[in-house]
Design a protein around this ligand. Structure first.
Ligand code: COA
Ligand code: ZN
Length: 308
């Protein structure tokens, strides 16, 4: 089975920004998010409501959420790790929260300082807090395709943890390749297996291009029938608790590839390329994205005059 309609979830202002060394002013974050929501992206992971000591870059989460324009069709999402974060997210009127736990114990301890079982215990309380609100919940599984401390994770463990989310009534699960270890066949096999086991759950895939396998992994996911992908404008990103976790897959490169393949995303590529240029000026350095440098496959060049 293969999907033709692909939804793009933008994560640059959360996953991308949390790796930047210099604090990005709140107004510039808002400016970028407002530009992104005009491009037709299905969902923007705006920020996270976590401890400002853990992620100082996102300490202004409330101010960012209060400042961004809300547009129908673009969900404003925030990552949370504990009940305190969910209370903050509810007060900030997010459309959806993303819970995060790692498939591997050691990455979970490094990221949120607790065991995987303790994370799920906390999620029960979170789901209770969200009951009666209109706020959606996605469960993310970090290190699904490999952990920098423990290596590749068994399929059975991934299936069991998807099952833990399902048992909480969660119907949207993101499998994340936090440090870009996954390869396309592994992605195809894993994505097919989880979809077979949990047909009621809508899956998204989150890839990093750390080892150059990111877009190939998207294709493998599409072939396994997954229709939602997380990516970061310009390819900015990483994880502060995962050594070498540079660069999410690049949103504009992903959208370009999908459009060339005849897939629909609902995203305006040229507006996205403009947003990528704005991002480069905000962070003040070059970004890994390629289409913004090379132009699209449809931008033709004048033929050079032959030399005499
Ligand atoms: N919002 C704001 N502050 C929070 C918070 C939240 N959601 N959760 C905890 N804090 C504060 C506490 O008030 C405490 O502050 P204090 O030292 O001034 O008293 C401090 O953070 C530590 O709190 P504690 O409950 O002891 O947590 P911890 O030190 O065991 O850390 C987490 C656990 C989950 C709070 C922390 O590791 C975290 O926020 N991790 C996020 C990681 C992340 O975002 N990773 C990238 C995405 S994958
Ligand atoms: Zn990531």
């Amino acid at each position: 089975m293969s999907e033709n309609r692909i939804r793009i979830h933008e994560v640059v202002t959360r996953d991308g920004f949390q790796m930047e060394p210099e604090f990005i002013p709140t107004e510039r974050k808002i400016e970028l998010i407002d530009r992104l929501s005009l491009t037709g992206l299905a969902r923007i992971e705006v920020t996270s409501f976590v401890s400002p000591k853990a992620i100082p870059m996102l300490a202004d989460a409330e101010a960012v959420m209060a400042g961004v324009a809300r547009r129908p069709g673009t969900g404003m999402v925030a990552l949370v790790a504990n009940a305190r974060g969910v209370e903050r997210a509810i007060a900030a009127r997010v459309d959806e929260v993303v819970l995060v736990v790692s498939v591997s114990e050691s990455h979970n301890r490094a990221n949120v300082r607790r065991s995987v079982a303790a994370s799920f215990d906390g999620f029960r309380e979170i789901v209770d807090l969200l009951r009666g609100t209109q706020i959606g919940v996605t469960g993310a599984l970090a290190t699904t395709f490999g952990c920098p401390f423990e290596g590749f994770q068994p399929l059975e463990r991934v299936l069991r943890l998807v099952g833990e989310y399902a048992a909480l009534g969660i119907r949207s699960v993101t499998l994340a390749d936090t440090t870009g270890m996954g390869n396309p066949r592994q992605v195809r096999d894993m994505a097919s297996a989880v979809r077979r086991e949990y047909p009621e759950i809508e899956f998204a895939l989150h890839f990093h291009n750390t080892r150059g396998m990111g877009l190939a992994n998207v294709l493998a996911g599409i072939e396994a029938g997954v229709g939602r992908y997380e990516s970061s404008l310009g390819g900015l990103g990483g994880c502060p608790y995962a050594p070498g976790a540079s660069g999410n897959i690049c949103t504009e490169d992903l959208v370009h590839m999908l459009h060339e393949m005849g897939c629909e995303t609902g995203v305006d590529l040229s507006a996205l390329l403009d947003a990528s240029r704005l991002l480069a000026s905000i962070v003040g350095h070059d970004l890994p994205g390629q289409v913004v440098k090379a132009g699209t496959s449809r931008d033709l060049h004048p033929m050079p005059t032959p030399a005499h």
